[in-house]
Design a binder for this molecule. Structure first.
Ligand SMILES: [Fe+2]
Length: 417
């Protein structure tokens, strides 16, 4: 009798263990010390999370199901005329009116105009491409001379963040999977099929709410001082998202309802991590690749400047704290509509055929990708390469950094305005 019960008990215990394992999922994973130990999370399918509202193409009449507004293309064009928008955009209408900014944006408009528009899906993509580029070029005002700067975060804050980060990495405290973010591309290394659907989510280490609150309070004065405007205290921080091996973050701009004056605080990376530049372009016409040190705080105008990490990350994990603020009197309700009105009426026409080479541009969610270029971004060929660390108590401009550091290429002179 005793012996006949043993297989049953073993099966029951095995079943119970399997059930507990499945129920608890990734909570059991220990992110350290096994290098790349969390590369084995299951695959996921992308769900569309397009920030810009979609367009329906119906018998030459376009309807915009906006958050609070439904509009026909003819009415949108009327709003365009009433606001005296012009196409091509004259230099004085760019924000800011800098030659480098105009050049970078004209190139993007040309790429967008070459996007195909043969069906409703392609037309939606094309519209969203126009919306993204026009909003960045002409609608959103800039607050600072160069659009970005580098300084240091308070040491105590960095220490607190790192303590919680390592609790997550070493002990699994507060670890979960990041939700789907379409502009993060992380191929699943366990599956040879490299289609878009075959990607893995990032990992997320939750921070205690009192720490994120404290971080926002401590960082607010830096954002206010840098931008020169009073800041609304209702900003939000986001983190810690841990990117993993071969992750790419496509070039994009952030939400223009709330992500206006923002920062990236580099908190840490795994021992096996290689340097991973954040890429951003500004109105000098330059594209920068900036390597941040732990504790560096990169301030930038997130809804205006295209930024991302298009080069693949090499290592187990890499993480930063993102903080987003907006000016005190920012119109969070209606400001995002203005980009729709500013799109020129010719937006759905096919581009003129010319001999000029235009790199193909595709939209992935709100992100931009140049699929025929190395690392998906042609401007990396001529980028200005800069490194932290920043200097405590000083906000370094790109000009400061370039004057005091070695850099490889400066394709355009810095243009002040
Ligand atoms: Fe962003």
């Amino acid at each position: 009798m005793k012996h006949s019960m043993t297989p049953f008990l073993l099966r029951a215990i095995s079943f119970l263990l399997t059930f507990v394992y499945l129920a608890c999922g990734f909570e059991f994973f220990n992110l350290n010390p096994v290098p790349n130990g969390f590369r084995n999370f299951s695959t996921r399918n992308y769900k569309s999370d397009v920030r810009f509202e979609k367009v329906k193409y119906e018998e030459s009449s376009l309807t915009f199901p906006l958050t609070k507004l439904s509009m026909q293309e003819i009415d949108r064009q009327k709003a365009y005329s009433e606001r005296s928008y012009q196409w091509p955009i004259p230099l004085e209408n760019y924000k800011p009116p800098c030659i480098g900014w105009k050049e970078i944006m004209e190139r993007r408009f040309e790429q967008v105009s070459h996007m195909p528009g043969n069906n409703s899906n392609e037309i939606t993509m094309k519209y969203n491409g126009w919306l993204s580029a026009i909003t960045s070029a002409q609608v959103i005002q800039n607050f600072t001379e160069f659009g970005w700067g580098l300084t240091r975060a308070p040491d105590d804050l960095v220490e607190d963040l790192r303590w919680h980060l390592m609790q997550g990495v070493n002990n699994g405290a507060g670890v979960r999977l990041e939700h789907d973010v379409e502009i993060i591309m992380t191929p699943n290394e366990n599956n040879a099929d490299e289609s878009e659907d075959n990607t893995m989510p990032a990992v997320f280490v939750e921070l205690p709410s009192n720490l994120t609150k404290s971080a926002m309070e401590q960082l607010l004065p830096l954002h206010s001082e840098w931008s020169g405007v009073p800041i609304n205290p209702n900003g939000k921080s986001y983190g810690l998202r841990l990117y993993r091996n071969n992750s790419r973050l496509l070039m994009h701009t952030d939400k223009l309802t709330t992500h206006i004056i923002a920062s990236i605080l580099h908190v840490g990376s795994s021992d096996d991590a290689e340097e991973w530049p954040i890429v951003l372009e500004d109105w000098t016409g330059n594209t920068y690749e900036i390597i941040l040190e732990v504790g560096d705080l990169l301030l930038y105008e997130a809804a205006k400047l295209y930024h991302g990490r298009p080069r693949p990350f090499k290592g187990s994990w890499y993480t930063s704290l993102f903080s987003h603020y907006y000016p005190l009197h920012w119109d969070t309700e209606n400001y995002h509509l203005e980009g729709h009105y500013a799109i020129p009426p010719i937006w759905f026409e096919d581009a003129e055929i010319s001999d000029k080479h235009v790199n193909r541009l595709e939209l992935v969610g709100t992100g931009l990708n140049e699929p025929d270029c190395v690392d998906g971004w042609s401007a990396l060929d001529n980028s200005v390469k800069l490194k932290g660390p920043g200097i405590d108590g000083v906000i370094l401009s790109p000009m400061n950094l370039m004057q005091h550091q070695e850099f490889r290429v400066v394709p355009n002179d810095l243009v002040s305005y």
